[in-house]
Design a protein around this ligand. Structure first.
Ligand code: SF4
Ligand code: SF4
Length: 449
């Protein structure tokens, strides 16, 4: 698959499956697409790279379910009332996942890990706020540590949290977990604006203290910040401040996902081009500090058909014992006529996975007709299969697409040593719009030359 996007009076050419990116003039591109011999050695090299067999063949998985990692949604309840939350953490559902159910799941994963000679067993705790079910996590971690010790496998225990933890609990987390994803929107003022407790108290102090404890104990910290129209202009200085204060393993900025809660709160998502400009500026300022700036739809790794768990055979245990491919409450998929269920843990704590459901969920990732002409098809891969599903099925870019396409193009230029061109593009709204809004990026090469 070959793509070309307008870049001022040239084209940004990208062939992700062939690992080729180049900037070509109109005439260069025409010559590359023709069959006659080329006098220019560089153009000839690009043409042969584009014509060879692809190096990558991203495919829908098949065969037996082979989960290499387990995620446990310990509860949907949360001790915060973030104004933009779309994870149903409204305090209504106080259920905690059953400990025995988790232990059966860990044992099931352990058997698979041993059978496949795995050296690690990754388990991630998610919510709601996962530490609201602290006693569940303690029991699962203790069990997992023992089983891993016996089997000679390394447990890799991580969690996504809001950081609103009492100090002794934060210290326990630092002693037992191997990494923490912490939601922290930036400075005290920005963070507290949208992330407060039910009583209206800001959560910055607690989240920052948890971060301090992790850093002091050497636990890798991944910071995750939600960006709104009100905070987007602060992104770049915020990234530098976070990088200097906590030296996190990574910082991830996510534009606000518009939902009923955010609408009620009167929050606006950032303009996608402002988000991309600030993201790229933050990237430029954190790279010299050796901090990785993450935007998950942009993939520096291998071309893929999904940018999240779905399609990658991760088992997500839900509080009701359901085993699904995604963190979200099933109510969200049902609204989209989707089914991301894989199986369940029954009343006798037997793990039951339905192979037909496994394959049906894997097949979901190939169903992105709205993305076929987009040069980000094999990196962004359509984004969230649930919340971005609607947009992924129509030929129209939304804000998420525009930001993703812009950041992807800038990073491509950056890796070609053309950071100056990327900055010029971001500063030229007309040229940027031509690139970002181009409806179909594909171009074809004749088979023989
Ligand atoms: S069209 Fe949008 S969702 Fe699809 S791959 Fe491109 S940026 Fe991602
Ligand atoms: S489908 Fe969406 S919510 Fe579910 S795991 Fe993927 S990105 Fe997350």
């Amino acid at each position: 698959m070959h793509y070309r996007m307008p870049l001022f009076d040239r084209y940004l050419v990208h062939a992700p499956l062939h690992e080729v990116s180049a900037v070509l003039s109109d005439d260069d591109l025409r010559q590359v697409c023709e069959c006659r011999p080329l006098a220019d050695a560089e153009l000839d090299r690009i043409r042969s790279l584009l014509r060879r067999q692809p190096r990558h063949h991203p495919q829908v998985a098949c065969g037996p379910f082979q989960p290499e990692s387990l995620a446990i949604v310990t509860t949907r309840s949360c001790n915060l009332r973030c104004t933009y939350c779309y994870f149903d953490a409204d305090g209504q559902d106080e259920r905690h996942v059953d400990v025995d159910c988790c232990i059966s799941m860990v044992d099931w994963m352990m058997e698979k890990a041993i059978a496949h000679g795995a050296t690690e067993l990754p388990i991630h705790f998610f919510g709601g706020e996962p530490f609201q079910a602290f006693e569940v996590i303690e029991a699962v971690v203790t069990h997992c540590e023992r089983r891993c010790r016996e089997a000679g496998i390394r447990p890799v225990l991580t969690a996504t949290t809001n950081g609103l933890l009492a100090e002794p609990r934060a210290r326990w987390v630092a002693d037992h977990l191997h990494g923490l994803v912490l939601s922290l929107d930036g400075s005290r003022e920005i963070h507290n604006r949208n992330r407060s407790t039910a009583s209206g108290k800001g959560s910055f102090a607690a989240a920052a203290r948890t971060a301090d404890i992790m850093v002091a104990r050497g636990v890798p910290l991944r910071l995750r910040a939600c960006v709104t129209a009100a905070s987007v202009s602060r992104m770049s200085p915020m990234a530098v401040w976070m990088a200097r204060r906590w030296r996190p393993a990574s910082i991830k900025f996510e534009p606000l996902t518009v939902n009923a809660a955010s609408r009620t709160a009167g929050l606006q998502p950032p303009d996608p081009f402002d988000f991309a400009r600030q993201w790229y500026a933050a990237y430029g300022r954190t790279a010299p500090l050796n901090i990785s700036l993450v935007y998950h739809p942009v993939n520096p790794g291998q071309p893929r058909l999904s940018s999240c768990l779905v399609g990658h055979d991760v088992a997500v245990l839900h509080p009701d014992g359901g085993i699904h491919a995604c963190y979200l409450d099933p109510v969200h998929w049902v609204r989209q006529n989707q089914d991301l269920s894989l199986g369940h843990v029954d009343a006798g704590n037997h793990v039951l996975v339905n192979p037909a459901r496994v394959q049906a969920v894997r097949d979901t990732v190939a169903d992105k007709p709205g993305c076929t002409g987009c040069f980000c098809r094999f990196s962004c891969a359509g984004g969230c299969h649930v919340t971005h599903r609607q947009q992924g099925n129509i030929r129209a870019y939304d804000d998420f697409c525009l930001a993703t396409r812009t950041i992807s193009a800038c990073l491509m230029l950056d890796r070609m040593g053309a950071a100056e061109v990327a900055r010029k593009l971001l500063g030229d709204t007309r040229s940027l719009s031509r690139l970002a809004f181009q409806e179909d990026d594909r171009f074809a090469l004749p088979r023989h030359g």
